[in-house]
Design a protein around this ligand. Structure first.
Ligand code: NAD
Ligand code: ZN
Length: 244
């Protein structure tokens, strides 16, 4: 994949960069995307949408935790790849840098990225629905610990946005503001079909950002982007990093 000189120039001049990542950025770390199949589609005969739903939390929180602990067990040996590492470095390189992710795997955090806007939560965090305290769990803590809120003794929930739930308060608004004010908006490893995250690209474009997609496949966004870099995130991102 040849990086054009026009793109190198864009990166040199950019002051504000906003990046949206999806499941594809973690594929090279061994975490399957949904469309790529893998463990996450059906579990114990239940479709993903059923076990990962707000309704299931009400009906059988223990089963929901069993499913999330199972996934955390699968993720714990998956390490950040060069794409996560380059993005962690970029927070020092641009005057204004924002990382927004749809992923719940916590790999950006493990690579050293700070202040990541995790639109769908983080599988290694638990939250108290009552007093809203967030507990960071160790990736090794399978099954999850703690199980009860230390402040109010309420049973903790996974801090992941489930089907039938709203996005965490403020996270989308913050991402929107950054998308609307960036020079470059980079979309990595997402088919961009899931709203409202997909709407961020429209906001960025309509406010004049240069849109770049990194994906080995064509997506519904490809024609909309100013540039599509066809390839794996773990191979393309280090090349972009090199030119800064
Ligand atoms: P998706 O599964 O619909 O699409 C993944 C995209 O990644 C595809 O367009 C695919 O072509 C691309 N891709 C595959 N390998 C890649 C690579 N090496 N480099 C770059 N791109 C690559 O995923 P989505 O639209 O991101 O996710 C839908 C929802 O599923 C999201 O809400 C996300 O939170 C959730 N999800 C998260 C994880 C995770 O946390 N790692 C994993 C699976 C799904
Ligand atoms: Zn509490």
């Amino acid at each position: 994949m040849q990086i054009s000189s026009a793109l190198k120039q864009k990166f040199k001049e950019a002051k504000s960069v906003c990046v949206l990542t999806g499941a594809g950025i973690s594929a090279e770390s061994g975490i399957p995307t949904f469309r790529g199949g893998g463990e996450s589609v059906v579990w114990k005969g239940m479709p993903f949408e059923q076990i990962s739903s707000a309704r299931m939390v009400k009906e059988d929180l223990d089963a929901v935790w069993e499913w999330f602990d199972y996934r955390r067990g699968l993720y714990k040996d998956c390490l950040p790849n060069p794409a996560h590492t380059v993005l962690a470095e970029w927070q020092e390189r641009f005057e204004d840098f924002t990382l927004v992710t749809q992923n719940v795997d916590g790999l950006h955090e493990r690579a050293g990225s700070e202040n990541v806007i995790e639109l769908h939560g983080n599988i290694n965090h638990a939250k108290c629905e009552n007093c809203e305290t967030i507990y960071k769990m160790d990736a090794e803590d399978v099954p999850h610990q703690p199980t009860l809120c230390k402040n109010c003794q309420t049973k903790l929930h996974p801090n992941v946005v489930l089907f039938g739930e709203m996005l965490p308060v403020g996270s989308f608004e913050k991402a929107t503001l950054k998308a609307a004010n960036c020079d470059i908006f980079l979309i990595i490893g997402t088919s961009a079909l899931v709203y409202p995250a997909a709407g961020l690209t429209e906001i960025a474009k309509s406010n004049g950002a240069y849109l770049i997609e990194v994906n080995p496949e064509e997506t519904p966004l490809s024609d909309y982007c100013d540039e599509s870099l066809r390839g794996k995130a773990g191979e393309i991102l280090p090349q972009l990093g090199y030119y800064l």
